[in-house]
Design a binder for this molecule. Structure first.
Ligand SMILES: Nc1ncnc2c1ncn2[C@@H]1O[C@H](COP(=O)(O)OP(=O)(O)OP(=O)(O)O)[C@@H](O)[C@H]1O
Length: 329
C-alpha cells in the first residue's frame, strides 16, 4: 500500500496541488486542453459535511471523482487518511485502491444512472453487497434492512421494481445502497437537483441525519447555496477549476470575501438579506479573455487590476477557518 508521511488525524483528506486536465483532439489540430482542476489545495475534516459550490463546469464532479479514485490526477496528490494513522495515496491504477474502494462511495444527481430501473428493489440493494464480496444471505438481509431503515424507506418496498418508486424514494434507495457498504466518505453529487422543492429538504435531512448518526464525512456538491446553508459545516467555493474561498459555512455565507462568492450569494438574496447590492459581476473586462497566469475570475470581476491579470492569487487564511484566493486581501 502506498503510504505517505504523518497526516493530522483530524483530516480525512489532504488534497495537494491537484490538477486534472482533459485533452481533446490533437491529431490534425492543436489539442484542446480543459483544466477541470487547476491546482486544488484543500483539507477535508473527518465527520464534517463540506459543501462544494460553484457553477456548472467549475470542476466539482471531477474533484469528487478524483477523491474516490475514479479519475486519475494529471499531477498533485490526493491523500486519504483512512482511520487517522493510515494515510494512503489515492491512485485509480494502484492495487491498494481495491481495498479502500468500498469506503469511498458516491451518489449521483440521477439515481437511474446508477440503478437499473427494471430491477427489484431487493436486487438493487443486494448487488453492491455481493460485488463487495459479502456472501452470507443473513448478513446481506441485515444490511439491506438497516440501510433502508436509515434512509426512511419501508422494508416492504423490496418487492417493488425500482421504476415504481417516486423520485424521492429512488434517491433514498441510492443513498441506502451506498450506506450498506459502510463507507467512511460519501460524495453526494447534486443529489437533490432533479427533485421538486418539497422533496429536496427531505433528502438533505436524510443525509444530515446519516452524517450526525454515523459520522460519515460527506462532500456535498451543489450549485444551490440555500441547500449548502442547510447541510454544510464548511463550504468550499470553486471557480474554473480552482478553490476561490473556503471556510466555516456560516462565516462564508454571512461574510463572503471573494467577489465570486458575493455574486453567487446575490443570486440567492434570501440567504442573507443584509448583503449589500454592491457586487454585481458585470463584464467589465473583455468577456472570455484568456487569463493563463492570472486570477480565473479576472474577466468577470469588477475589482480586477493588472496584477489579477498577471498573477494567480493563492488561498490565504484571513481569519480562523476562512481562506480566500483574491488580491483584494
Ligand atoms: N471525461 C471528460 N472528458 C473531457 N472533459 C471533461 C470530462 N469530464 C469533465 N470534463 C470537463 O471538465 C470541466 C469540469 O467538469 P465537471 O463536470 O467536473 O464540472 P461541474 O462543476 O461538476 O459541472 P456540472 O455541475 O455541470 O457537472 C468541464 O469543462 C467539463 O466539460
Amino acid at each position: 500500500m502506498s503510504h505517505v508521511g504523518y497526516i493530522d488525524p483530524n483530516y480525512i483528506f489532504y488534497i495537494k496541488d491537484l490538477k486534472v486536465y482533459f485533452t481533446k483532439g490533437g491529431f490534425l489540430s492543436k489539442p484542446l486542453i480543459t483544466k477541470a482542476l487547476d491546482g486544488i489545495n484543500l483539507k477535508i475534516r473527518r465527520k464534517e459535511v463540506l459543501a462544494l459550490v460553484g457553477e456548472s463546469g467549475s470542476g466539482k464532479t471531477t474533484l469528487g471523482r478524483t477523491l474516490i479514485g475514479l479519475q486519475k490526477p494529471t499531477s498533485g496528490q490526493v491523500i486519504y487518511n483512512r482511520d487517522g494513522n493510515n494515510p494512503i495515496l489515492i491512485d485509480p491504477k494502484a492495487k491498494h485502491i481495491k481495498k479502500v474502494r468500498r469506503e469511498l462511495q458516491m451518489i449521483y444527481q440521477d439515481p437511474y444512472s446508477s440503478i437499473d430501473p427494471y430491477m427489484k428493489v431487493y436486487n438493487a440493494m443486494e448487488q453492491p453487497l455481493k460485488y463487495a464480496g459479502i456472501k452470507s444471505k443473513e448478513e446481506i438481509n441485515k444490511k439491506i434492512e438497516q440501510s433502508l431503515k436509515m434512509v426512511g424507506l419501508p422494508y416492504d418496498l423490496v418487492q417493488n421494481y425500482v421504476f415504481q418508486l417516486s423520485g424521492g424514494q429512488r434517491q433514498r434507495l441510492s443513498i441506502a445502497r451506498a450506506l450498506s457498504l459502510d463507507p467512511k466518505f460519501l460524495v453526494a453529487d447534486e443529489p437533490v437537483t432533479m427533485l421538486d422543492a418539497s422533496l429536496k429538504g427531505e433528502i438533505v435531512e436524510v443525509l444530515s441525519k446519516i452524517n450526525k448518526e454515523t459520522g460519515i464525512t460527506i462532500l456535498f456538491i451543489t450549485h444551490e447555496l440555500p441547500i449548502a446553508k442547510i447541510i454544510a459545516n464548511r463550504i468550499a467555493v470553486m471557480y474554473k477549476g480552482k478553490i476561490v474561498e473556503a471556510g466555516n459555512a456560516k462565516t462564508v455565507l454571512t461574510d463572503p470575501l471573494h467577489p465570486y462568492t458575493k455574486a453567487l450569494l446575490e443570486a440567492y438574496p434570501r440567504i442573507d438579506p443584509t448583503l449589500k447590492d454592491t457586487y454585481k459581476t458585470v463584464n467589465v473586462k473583455e468577456e472570455g479573455k484568456i487569463v493563463s497566469n492570472g486570477c480565473p475570475f479576472y474577466d468577470r470581476c469588477p475589482f480586477a487590476t493588472q496584477k489579477c491579470l498577471e498573477q494567480n492569487p493563492q488561498l490565504k487564511e484571513i481569519s480562523s477557518d476562512h481562506e480566500v484566493a483574491c488580491w483584494l486581501y
